[in-house]
Design a protein. Structure first.
Lengths: 41, 367
């Protein structure tokens, strides 16, 4: 399964919670890095 | 990371992280004079290597061992994750006006309720952000280079800050920041590495000569009075709390031993296909890390640039000591050619922590 991202941005995940229902990471393009939180089920 | 995370990621081919190990360590190198920092950076890369894919692939293997069978240590049955949705993330007010271009989450608590991030404008003014149920706030730590390191399920955030000429560790909860006192004889730098459910902080502290740092525990129940671990208890490679207990922690050393913090030491086995191993994370019944072949490592050219080695990602069952190779994974090596993880630093079991058979005193069962 691939985590969805915003068009034009690359996703990078760094951690998840115990049940893998929350994945955190960031989306980036060039110098801009935005936080990303995915909820999974 | 919880053992379930590793279950999920068993067998997941993860491409290299987009951030190089050198990048991860760059800020630390600027001011932290610890000689051991590369190891922790490498450990972070390894954790990321296990947990990260770009784009991220999450296999539906939760609850299964690498061979596909349910692991005995993970009795919880859970439905496989089939869908993930990107959430809209609010930022603290005024952040963009301050010129912050990078907001980079670094952790999430075991429940998923709390998320922590660091910000980057340049390497001198980062701040820490905490989201609680999606609500962001700046962690009000005074000083430079405020960086969060971990958050527990109670919402207690732990991190580091450069203040008054030294690195210090702090905890934050319910609007209150508490700086952790340096241990006696360790006035230079200290750095929290992990926090457990009780709010105890595990970290390292430098002596005035800035030699090899000592491991230290700040216990929340003892007003964060620092406790230096004795040399026999301490290992220089990796230290993390075990999530399952308020007072338990695990230490690993370069000889493949895991100190449970409960008076026992477990000897991990070197799985087929590698001749050296190193652990980078522990949780519950599990330890993860990597290994490789000495010949491949020694064949790498010298130099200061980050180098890649074909590591094997390994997961160990702490009850049996057996390690399973989860797969091949190239990872950056910044430990330097002189610090082979294959070289054990000790050959005997510490007197204070007697070695016991795995089957006789396994770690406490998960809830």
């Amino acid at each position: 399964m691939t985590l969805p991202t915003t068009a034009g941005l690359t996703a990078n995940a760094v951690a998840m919670n115990n049940t893998a229902t929350v994945v955190v990471g960031y989306l980036y393009k060039g110098p801009t890095v935005r936080p990303a939180i995915w909820t999974c089920r | 990371m919880d053992e379930n995370v590793r279950d999920l990621l068993a067998g997941v081919p993860a491409p290299p992280p987009t951030r190089s190990a050198a990048d991860l360590a760059q800020v630390a190198r600027r001011r932290i004079r610890r000689r051991n920092i590369e190891r922790y950076a490498l450990a972070g890369v390894m954790v990321a290597a296990v947990a990260v894919a770009t784009p991220v692939a999450v296999a539906n293997t939760r609850g299964t061992a690498p061979n596909g069978t349910p692991p005995a240590a993970s009795p919880r049955a859970a439905a496989p994750i089939t869908q993930c949705r990107l959430q809209k993330v609010a930022l603290p007010p005024g952040l963009a006006e301050k010129g912050v271009q990078r907001v980079e989450p670094v952790g999430v608590d075991p429940s998923g309720r709390y998320v922590i991030a660091r910000t980057w404008r340049d390497y001198s003014s980062p701040a820490a952000i905490l989201w609680t149920d999606g609500r962001p706030e700046i962690v009000p730590v005074q000083g430079e280079n405020v960086q969060p390191a971990a958050v527990n399920a109670g919402g207690l955030v732990m991190g580091i800050v450069y203040a008054n000429g030294a690195w210090r560790s702090w905890v934050y909860r319910d609007g209150k920041v508490t700086q952790l006192p340096p241990p006696p004889g360790h006035p230079v730098d200290n750095m929290g590495l992990a926090v457990n459910a009780a709010g105890d902080v595990f970290g390292q502290a430098d002596t005035p000569d800035v030699g090899t740092p000592d491991l230290v525990v700040w216990r929340a129940g003892n007003h964060y009075r620092p406790q230096i671990l004795t040399p026999d208890e301490a290992a220089k490679v990796r230290a993390e709390f075990n999530n399952e207990g308020a007072s338990a922690w695990l230490l690993t050393d370069e000889a493949g031993r895991v100190n449970t913090g409960k008076g026992t030491v477990a000897q991990l086995q070197t799985p087929p296909g590698v001749d050296w191993i190193q652990q980078t994370a522990v949780s519950g019944y599990w330890a993860t890390g990597y290994g490789g072949l000495r010949a491949q490592r020694e064949a790498q050219p010298g130099g200061t640039a980050a180098r890649k080695l074909p590591y094997k990602v390994i997961r160990w069952d702490l009850r049996t000591g057996q390690g399973a190779v989860l797969g091949d994974h190239p990872v950056y090596d910044i430990t330097g050619p002189a610090r082979s993880p294959a070289s054990p630093t000790r050959t005997s079991t510490p007197k204070a922590t007697p070695s016991v058979p795995f089957s006789s005193t396994p770690p406490a069962a998960n809830p």
